[in-house]
Design a binder for this molecule. Structure first.
Ligand code: BES
Ligand code: MN
Ligand code: ZN
Length: 540
């Protein structure tokens, strides 16, 4: 999809489809009124005759030229009377327009929706949303389809019209940001959609190496089984042992700031297929467990986006990758392993494998002395029961970090909802034979899984996103969504803005303020930022 900004009058675009917004009060958008004038009221008459109500998400495709402009006109309902549209509604408007273009097989369009007033979004931000939604609608998985089924139709060209009063340069920035996020999301969707026999741990490693080759600021380190053994990641290895497929521990670094700056660690669960292991899953819909590496896909995709955005941050994606299969060497219920942290874990259910690979990844991540650790995992069916497909489950031991992620979720339309991490839940993980059990009974499954991880993230600013309900869709529309790439990119872009806005001299002071949240500085947070300077202090 080729996307360009154009300062030209949209009514002069002679080819393709003209995409314009319509409010309840039809004079609402500039281009719509202009087009109606150019066609001597023809547009108004068509709209009236068709009975079109410009509700948000509704579209009307007029397959004729009006006033000599374009081949067709797509009228997009924007609700209201032109003021008071929120960012979420605007995203729905763009998504509806993009889907309509795609559905009609339109190849070239003049996009005039950046002129719509949206609370809190300038023209650049509105353009970014448009690009993202166009890309989401245009996406099609085709890696394993016959050549004849590939690329049957695609949006080829979009001209973004610069609204009056906006600077073209800002629109171009919005396009670039949207394209970067879209590229990250697309990579995540592709990886998620690939079958388990292709997207193996080694495939994820190769993808990371390839990303590093394409971006000079990205570096990939792949740890093989022997290295993982030497590091004593026995909980991770215990899961990997049930499969012939060798595990990989993928470390993908984006270095956008000086080496002295603490990185943001993003850990992604990379189970390339989850059969459940000896505690095997029922056969129905088991194919969907190829999506159990969507956390890994999202953190790799986020690195792709950050590299394209040239963010002034250091970010490390960490992916423990393996299969969970019931082989002859597979872990059995009752087995006890010693995790990298030294804690022993009693494996009461081999299907609770995500937390086993993640606990060692969290322990490893601590050695980087990161600013924060965020893990992303398709961790529990219980989270799907709790929140469905609308929100990812968010858990954190540091409220300012949770707040920043919640806000990023809101702003990106990739929402998360915070769940509790009270000590009472952790008690469900008590074991008679080991330091901790890997399951906590039938109640509050998403919370006890998060509680398990929190034990390994003590003294860190840590958050966990359970994306079991949001990472992919089932049924007719089966496929990876690329979530939470949107949320993570928004969080990182916001963080980059804070870093940029800090005066160079005041930087270290400000960074401390930010770490402890600036908003509500709790005593625990204060203690944390004081103690985090030295690893020794941390471990004490
Ligand atoms: N990958 C699954 C979680 C999952 C299940 C995601 C269904 C989406 C849909 C995870 O490894 C798992 O199997 N979790 C178990 C944990 C249980 C054994 C405590 C679950 O949720 O059933
Ligand atoms: Mn499982
Ligand atoms: Zn799993």
């Amino acid at each position: 999809m080729e996307i360009k900004s154009t300062p030209a009058n949209p009514l002069r675009s002679r080819k393709g489809c003209l995409v314009i917004g319509s409010h309840e009060r039809q004079q609402g958008t500039e281009t719509l009124s202009a087009l109606d004038g150019a066609g001597n009221g023809e547009l108004e008459r068509i709209l009236r005759r068709s009975g079109f109500r410009p509700e948000i998400g509704k579209t009307l495709h007029i397959h004729s030229s009006i006033g000599g402009a374009s081949d067709s006109v797509l009228v997009v309902g924007c609700g209201g009377d032109g003021d008071g549209i929120g960012p979420a509604d605007f995203r729905r408007i763009c998504a509806a327009a993009a889907r309509a273009l795609k559905g009609a097989g339109v190849q070239s369009a003049a996009w005039c929706l950046s002129e719509i007033e949206v609370d809190g979004l300038d023209a650049a931000a509105r353009t970014c949303v448009a690009i993202e939604e166009l890309d989401i609608a245009d996406y099609r998985y085709e890696h394993t389809l016959a050549k004849t089924r590939r690329r049957y139709s695609t949006i080829k060209r979009i001209d973004i019209h610069v609204p009056s009063g906006a600077k073209r340069g800002r629109i171009d920035e919005g396009i670039a940001t949207g394209q970067a996020i879209a590229a990250g999301r697309t990579l995540a969707r592709d990886l998620g959609n690939l079958p388990g026999n292709i997207c193996t741990p080694e495939y994820l490693a190769t993808t990371a190496r390839d990303l590093a080759k394409r971006h000079p600021k990205v570096h990939a380190r792949i740890l093989d089984e022997a290295r993982i053994e030497r590091l004593k990641m026995n909980a991770f290895l215990a899961v990997a042992r049930g499969s012939r497929e060798a595990p990989r521990f993928v470390v993908l670094e984006y270095r956008g700031a000086s080496a002295s700056k603490a990185p943001i660690a993003l850990i992604g669960k990379g189970i390339t297929f989850d059969s459940g292991g000896i505690s095997i899953k029922p056969a129905g819909a088991m194919d969907e467990m190829k999506f159990d590496m969507c956390g890994a896909a999202s953190v790799i995709g986020t690195i792709e986006a950050c590299a394209r955005l040239s963010l002034p941050l250091n970010i490390v994606a960490i992916v423990p990758a393996c299969e969970n299969l019931p082989g002859g060497k597979a872990i059995k219920p009752g087995d006890i392993v010693t995790s990298m942290s030294g804690r022993t874990v009693e494996i009461l259910n081999t299907d609770a494998e995500g937390r086993l690979i993640l606990c060692d990844a969290i322990t490893w991540a601590k050695s980087l002395e990161p600013e924060v650790i965020i893990d992303v995992a398709t961790l529990t069916g219980a989270c799907v029961v709790a929140l469905g497909a609308h929100a990812s489950g968010l858990f954190s031991n540091h409220q300012p970090l949770a707040d920043a992620l919640l806000r990023a979720g809101q702003d990106s339309g990739d929402r998360a909802w915070q769940m509790p991490l009270w000590p009472e839940y952790e008690k469900q993980l008590k074991s008679r034979f080991a330091d901790v059990a890997n399951i906590g009974g039938s109640k509050a499954g998403a919370v006890t899984a998060a509680s398990f991880l929190s034990i390994f993230a003590r003294q860190e600013r840590w958050a966990h996103l359970d994306i079991a309900g949001t990472a992919w869709k089932s049924g007719k529309e089966k496929g990876a969504t690329g979530r939470p790439v949107g949320l993570l990119c928004r969080y990182l872009i916001d963080r980059a803005c804070q870093v940029r806005n800090q005066a160079p001299k005041a930087r270290s002071e400000a960074a401390k303020g930010e770490k402890s949240g600036k908003r509500v500085v709790t005593t625990a947070a204060k203690r944390k930022s004081a103690s985090s300077k030295h690893k020794a202090a941390k471990d004490a």
